[in-house]
Design a protein around this ligand. Structure first.
Ligand code: CP
Ligand code: NVA
Length: 333
């Protein structure tokens, strides 16, 4: 039987397909429980701390609501409100957090930092996004696929369009490799060439064992037969200076109605981790537009279409993050 008690959640690469299956099953159960209005107590008496060096809506709220739903208590620290990362080393901070809390969520830049936290804290650490991974997002995406695509995961083809060397694309490679899925990174050759070779080698090794297929492609024939079209912003947090070159490179990979048609699959779904610039309703998109850059990574038409399951996906962040916490520090399961 799967037992994840005491484990950190730093990347899906640390988990077996059975362990990921367990977290997804638990997510489905916890979602049904919440829908039934049942208050849980799996985290009763547990204290968690959320460390955010980058901004967040979904991830922070998911951890807070999920923890409270199961009777736990949350402390939130952003990058300006503690000594962490400035006046105190990661090692010392981690040791202190380990004395106060039962679990730590970390969102920031460096994957090595979240690993160091786990090394020194002595309690489970959950990765809430780094420059090279976003594992809790993938759990939510897999849950959403199971709800909306009438196929087992190992028959599902995901085409990730756009910034194929960002944290979401890497996280998808890990998730698809582990679950035996078909993943296509669809973007310009210059960005495909930037995909980390060591990561790719590790992903291919896992894929060989699970039957997954991991492909890189710069031309639209790879859209054929897709079950999921996925995209993300073209410039991730901390990469805003790259917007001009990214817009130039990635405009041909903007998700459009034509791309939906090119899948040849009437049941295809569109997913996006969010936040999205699908319209010009944000300050950032407007500012960039005034400077001559259209940063919309998906058309408003697709974003609001029947294919789009992005708000189910956003909700699923909460159910899956709850599952990660209950599995690793919960009182039962
Ligand atoms: N998808 C996601 O991680 O959203 P936030 O940045 O709002 O947490
Ligand atoms: N790639 C995006 C994901 C946001 C959830 C970023 O890192 O900004």
């Amino acid at each position: 039987a799967v037992n994840l008690k005491g484990r950190s959640f730093l990347t899906l690469m640390d988990f077996t397909p059975e362990e990921i299956r367990y977290m997804l099953d638990l997510s489905h159960d916890l979602k049904a429980k919440k829908r039934a209005g049942i208050q849980g107590d799996a985290l009763k008496g547990k204290n968690i701390v959320l460390l955010f060096e980058k901004t967040s809506t979904r991830t922070r709220c998911a951890f807070e609501v999920a923890c409270l739903d199961e009777g736990g208590h949350v402390t939130f620290l952003d990058s300006n409100s503690s000594q962490f990362g400035k006046k105190e080393s990661v090692e010392d901070s981690a040791k202190v957090f380990g004395r106060f809390f039962d679990g730590i969520e970390y969102r920031g830049y460096d994957q090595a930092l979240v690993e160091d936290l786990a090394k020194y804290a002595g309690i489970p650490v959950w990765n809430g996004l780094t420059d090279v991974d976003h594992p809790t997002q993938i759990l939510a995406d897999l849950l959403t696929i199971e709800e909306h695509v009438a196929k087992p995961l190992n028959k599902v083809k995901v085409v990730f369009c756009g910034d194929v060397r960002n944290n979401m694309s890497y996280a998808w490679m890990y998730g698809c490799a582990k679950m035996g899925m078909h993943y296509v990174a669809y973007g310009p050759q210059v960005l495909l060439d930037e995909i980390d070779k060591d990561i790719l080698a590790r992903v291919h090794e896992v894929a060989a064992a699970t039957g997954a297929k991991i492909e890189l492609c710069s031309t639209p024939e790879c859209l054929k037969g897709a079950d999921v079209l996925y995209t993300d912003v073209w410039a991730s947090m901390g990469e805003e200076a790259q917007i001009p070159e990214k817009v130039k490179m990635l405009t041909p990979y903007k998700v459009t109605e034509e791309m939906i048609k090119e899948t040849g699959n009437e049941d295809v779904i569109f997913l996006h981790c969010l936040p999205s610039f699908h319209d010009f309703e944000t300050k950032m998109a407007k500012t960039q537009k005034d400077a001559g850059y259209d940063i919309r990574e998906v058309t408003d038409e697709v974003f609001r279409s029947k294919y789009s399951k992005v708000f189910d996906e956003a909700e699923n962040r909460m159910h899956t993050i709850k599952a990660v916490m209950v599995a690793t520090i919960g009182r039962q399961n």
